[in-house]
Design a protein around this ligand. Structure first.
Ligand code: UDP
Length: 327
């Protein structure tokens, strides 16, 4: 299939793009490189462009006879979204609607969409099923929810087929060691902890130790980026007339911030200094997936089932690429 991968130079997108190529799909990566890295993609496949450039999107979709879109391009920092909501609504909502209109103009009506567990807000029941109410508590989660809703409306009115994949915490790096997490600035827990292990940071700031969890720090479900990528390919293969679905992608196991730091100490064999800091705005106490539906509907089983195995791949990446793709 001919697939356009927006945000394909980003963290999850680059792993999915590689997985798509390995599965025999013809891909084009569309990325404005605001967050993405050239080093994460094959240059011949990269088109540098912005979601807001609808005429360019229209010609890309047309010229490459695109049949489906995997849409990763988005701003994805919970904390920043609270401080700069305008950027998030512009990029994630207005940008995506621009893409969707370009798709309509060219008759492309299939999308695999990167959604998030942040659309649930503070869930009533954990592990979270897809039936949990979606009541986001930060602008990032809202922007993703708006697009889930738009996709559902486009499906009803224009016959679109789509999958909204609600990721829990994407983490880890490619088994080959050549793709990994490289954000600027980095805000995600595992890279920050491992950069601290490498001596690039003084200490990990633990955002809050007074949450209603066993050790007071937030619980998250860390899912390996290659497992996420595999789920995208299965979801793409399922799309077709009348097919729409929403799936949680997580392992079903939750770890506190402290447990993640402990796992990083075990894997790296280094002592990692930490300091307790105030809570970060927009952080729910616990987010853990019930991912039964993905198992059932896609036959998807994460390969990385322990936090150590996930951290090991990330540690290899950070050791071999201490400056990320600049190395
Ligand atoms: N976190 C932390 N210190 C950091 C970065 C993150 O304590 O320097 C916590 C954060 O508050 C959250 C968890 O680690 O509870 C995972 O955060 P991350 O930013 O990696 O992912 P998110 O859950 O926001 O998508």
């Amino acid at each position: 299939m001919n697939v356009l991968v927006t945000g394909g130079a980003g963290y999850v997108g680059s792993h999915a793009a590689r997985c798509l190529e390995r599965a025999g799909h013809e891909i084009w990566i569309y990325d404005n490189l605001s967050e993405g890295n050239r080093g994460a993609v094959r240059q011949q496949r990269l088109i540098v462009g912005d979601l807001m450039d609808r005429p360019k999107l229209v010609s890309v979709l047309r010229d490459h006879r695109v049949e489906s879109v995997m849409h990763f391009a988005a701003s994805a920092y919970v904390g920043v979204s609270v401080e700069r909501p305008a950027d998030y609504y512009q990029n994630n909502v207005v940008g995506t609607l621009s893409l969707m209109e370009a798709m309509r103009e060219t008759g492309v009506n299939r999308m695999v969409f990167s959604s998030t567990c942040a659309t649930y807000g503070i869930p009533e029941i954990v592990p979270i099923t897809e039936n949990e109410k979606q009541q986001p508590i930060n602008p990032y989660g809202f922007t993703k929810l708006v697009i889930e809703r738009a996709l559902s409306d486009y499906a009803a009115a224009y016959g679109w087929s789509y999958a909204a994949l609600r990721y829990f915490n994407a983490s880890g790096a490619a088994a080959e060691g050549d793709l990994g997490e490289d954000h600027d600035p980095e805000t995600h827990l595992i890279p920050i902890v491992l950069q601290t292990a490498l001596g690039q940071r003084e200490a990990v700031l633990v955002f809050g130790d007074d949450y209603p969890t066993p050790d007071g720090t937030c619980i998250r479900d860390y899912i390996h980026v290659e497992d996420l990528a595999a789920a995208h390919i299965s979801a793409l293969n399922r799309l077709g007339p009348g097919v729409q679905f929403q799936l949680n992608l997580g392992t079903g196991a939750g770890f506190t911030v402290r447990q993640v730091i402990d796992a990083c100490e075990r894997v790296s064999g280094r002592k990692i200094p930490c300091r307790i800091a105030p809570r970060r705005a927009g952080d729910p106490p616990a987010l853990v997936a019930n991912a039964e539906r993905a198992r059932r509907e896609l036959g998807w089983h994460p390969k990385y089932t322990t936090i150590e195995s996930i951290v090991e791949t990330a540690w290899r990446w950070h050791q071999s690429h201490p400056q990320g793709y600049a190395d």
